[in-house]
Design a protein around this ligand. Structure first.
Ligand code: HEC
Length: 145
């Protein structure tokens, strides 16, 4: 009994450095940004363009023109305007180019119904997760001059 405990201890100790190295290489950031890129390509690319420069296939026919989303940080004193962009995407801040709160141009995927905003629902959790991923992606494509 004592012997097997010792073996277990030595075995688990010898595994420790391996576990540490593995978790360091397994960073969350790329997977969140990648998730955001998928969402961007699905819901935003037609207007804001493949590199978020505001030159999507629909852009020329729109007035006002879609914003160049790579300039958000530059236009906000060098700091990515996380919460401002959040409000634009979830519709709390009305934007002519994004349709109405009830009928956003990119569908309902980033909207929490008004009567659910202050309560926890699975949908609300999913919406917040999507917007967070999207913003992580947008932050990663900011151009710094
Ligand atoms: C149908 C076209 C269209 C789609 C789809 C669209 N946008 Fe936009 N977006 C616009 C237009 C047009 C503007 C500029 C509106 C204005 O200036 O009033 C804009 C502006 C913005 C802004 C504000 C930028 C600033 O300067 O404050 C953000 C942020 C944004 N869009 C993010 C997104 C994201 C994220 C998606 C995808 C979920 C998306 N948009 C999908 C047309 C679109």
């Amino acid at each position: 009994m004592v012997y097997s405990l010792k073996v277990v201890l030595i075995l688990s100790l010898s595994l420790l450095p391996l576990g540490g190295a593995k978790s360091a290489a397994w960073s969350q950031e790329p997977e969140i940004i990648q998730g955001g890129r998928h969402l961007y390509e699905k819901f935003c690319v037609t207007c804001h363009g493949p590199k978020a420069k505001g030159d999507g296939s629909l852009a020329a026919s729109l007035s006002p023109r879609p914003a160049d989303l790579t300039q958000l940080t530059r236009l906000h004193g060098g700091q990515f305007p996380f919460w401002k962009a959040y409000r634009v995407i979830d519709g709390r801040q009305h934007l002519e180019g994004h349709g109405t709160r009830d009928m956003p141009v990119y569908g309902i995927w980033f909207r929490i119904p008004d009567d659910e905003v202050s309560i926890e629902t699975e949908w609300a959790d999913q919406v917040r997760g999507r917007i967070w991923q999207l913003l992580s992606y947008l932050e990663s494509v900011q151009e710094r001059s």
